[in-house]
Design a protein around this ligand. Sequence first.
Ligand code: PHE
Ligand code: ZN
Length: 859
Amino acid sequence: MILRSDYRASDFLLDRIELHVSVEALTTVEAWLHLRRRPGADPAASLVLDGRGIELLSIELDGTPIAPSGYRIEPEQLVVPAVPDAFVLRTLTRNDPEKNTVLEGWYRSGPMLCTQCEAQGFSRITYALDRPDVLSRFRVRLEAETARYPVLLANGNCVESGDAGPGRHYAVWEDPHPKPCYLFAMVAGDLACVEGRHRTPSGRDVALRFYVDRGNENRVAHAMESLRKAMQWDESVYGLEYDLDIYMVVAARDFNMGAMENKGLNLFNARFVLASPQTATDVDYDGVESVIAHEYFHNWTGNRVTCRDWFQLSLKEGLTVYRDQCFSADLGSRDVTRIEHVRTLRALQFPEDAGPTAHPVRPDAYAEVNNLYTATVYEKGAEILRMLASVIGEETFVAGIGHYLKQHDGTAATVEDLLASLEAVSGQKLDGFRRWYSQSGTPSVEITDEYDAAEGRYTLRLRQHTAPTHDQAQKTVLPIPLRFSLRDDDGQLLQLSPQPPLMPRADLILLEAAEAELRFDNIESRPTPAFLHGFSAPVKLQYAYTPDALSALVLNEEDGFLRWEASQRLMFDALFETMNGEPGEHSRMLLHTLQVLAANPPADKALLAELLRLPAESELAAQIEPLDPHAVTRARDGLRHAIAQALTGPLSVWAAWMPTDLSPENRARRSLSNLALWYLGHLNSARIRKLALERAHSPNMSLAIGGLAALRDSDSAEREEAMDAFHLRFRDEPLVLDKWFAMEAASARPAGLERVTALLTHPDFKPNPNRTRAVLGTFMRENLRSFHAPDGGGYRLLATELAKIDAGNPQLAARLVEGLLGWRRLVPALGEHMRAALEQLAQAGPSRDVAEKIGKALE
Ligand code: PHE
Ligand code: ZN
């Protein structure tokens, strides 16, 4: 276990690194490390370098070979006991990128070799101080066969290039910005380049270069445009400009994560770069835009100011997620963007915070560093900053970030440094928010109210509570900003006066104690309250809204998030009702509300679609406990059917829309139209199946996927035809074929397990992270029926596959094993099967990545 409390500064500093990398059958790396003892460090301390999976060929200190007795090679380290205070260490090592299946370090992806160094992949390339608080200037000479690897890239600027003997060439790259080695990157490949430009306000002309597989040049325009928008947004909102002359993005077929912010040379999972209307859905377009922005925003929040240690990961990730969320909200529909982010938070982070791997946003311990890249660190981390911004004001928040970046530019900082800057600029004490970083678990806020007609007094009573979590038994109180409003009988907002400190603003309660009471006088009739506008805090709100109040919120509320939240509650209530018996009052209220909504739809069609959308199976599974997956899917199907029947008229009108252009208005219409068709797809209608089949053939990918989704669960000739045609049409398009695999893996048709097994042996199943996630990730999250097969077959299937995946790519396996960790939340019969599958996997000798998670789940 690595503990946060064990942090010690490095004994050595590494001011400069020079690398000569030569790609042959193997790759040799000659490295010159300009090392110096840190002032104040132990003068007798040995030099300890990190290195994994590399072969040391020679080693010299200041030009003299070190005798074998002068150093030690350990499994993950190179130790040189007696070294001077300042010296140059030269090592020559060798590694094999072709055999690298972990996709960390230096590995092959299609026509290129590329690096992935975060968190500790650099030490798979050469011996180094592989920790984020050691910053170095890098110079890299990369040499390879010219025909096979015409493109040679690394961070910074290309300062030299040319021939290197027969059939070979080289390029020298120099990065003027000191950086930790996790931000190092290099690429050698046969790639096409699409170039654009951006001019910063101060007049720097930046070349924007996208490197993609040949043939994909015409799928870069959206990413390019997104990058320009992100640059402009950071310039205008945060006053931050790009700081190099070249910004490069390389799209890789095989990538464990979404993308990586290496200085000046981002590496991307191709699915977050490539987009064309024929191959990418509207959702994919949004994904590209936000990931491109996220990695770009890291240039300041992450690269210029980096993290002192990996426990501080949220310092860069939470902050950068918050920034990319604000960017997306500014560019698109604010309400719909927020709804999507809350959906993700609830589907991924809330269950994590309530399960065996619960940990604070700033964790205290880990066994495997890659297991720190969690929804808690990313999404909950962003929520903390959102709360801070709402409490100190958004402008003050932006100024505080500016202060933090100035103070810590070119260094490795901590969460504490960020909070100190926000305190300095706002003049407010933020101690309570420090606790948000150290306490795990999702707080509940319980609100009750009372109206005293005789006194004209309305009282709110608030109580917060955080249940013990797997990692922490004791919980303390947290500051919880609850935006709220009160309306009178006519639906008019009551004008309230602040009552600091509990109610610092007319629209905000800041609950800092375990309990609080807030009184409003001169209130003429019982008001109708609404809480948590825009989801102002990542909490579970308990307030007994009446069905009428929920209906009114869906129909009349201005805050789009609240409208959605109310419709979600009506849907959950209706689901619970049918799970426990027959459709009754709640179901009637839901259907009635949706009918009225359909008759008076909001102008924003994308919002309308969200208000009408049933929670996905994954969202239900995350929020219902104890979970009986089969009861949940039955109830959800029943509700899908009931809504399709109750709203057939308007759904049929919307379902007929098939706009193909990418304007925001038409994207919104597609979202609504696909949803309408999906509902109608549950009615056994040949006319609808025909419409869906026709749509599945659309040249617009959003519509095509909408057509398939409507047919997905039906056992019909149309479904067969649509799926076969889609498969044939996109056989040679890996990113689109992933969609076909995912669609099959999610299908609720009978014999799901056999189908998933067949997918895994399908001739087109070429396993890489995207394809594996498309099948197994979709299967475990969006196919409750088959994954939770009553005999436990789904769990065993996943466990068996994971054991194989884990042997080659532990990071990927460790992500997917999350599907098996929540056995305690299941009804006992299933829970036992899931636990048994976990034990099966535990016995298979799992990687540290997987073992750490299983260990917690079985504790
Ligand atoms: N730092 C990357 C991001 O959030 C994520 C990542 C982590 C990618 C580790 C690769 C490896 O943008
Ligand atoms: Zn990030």
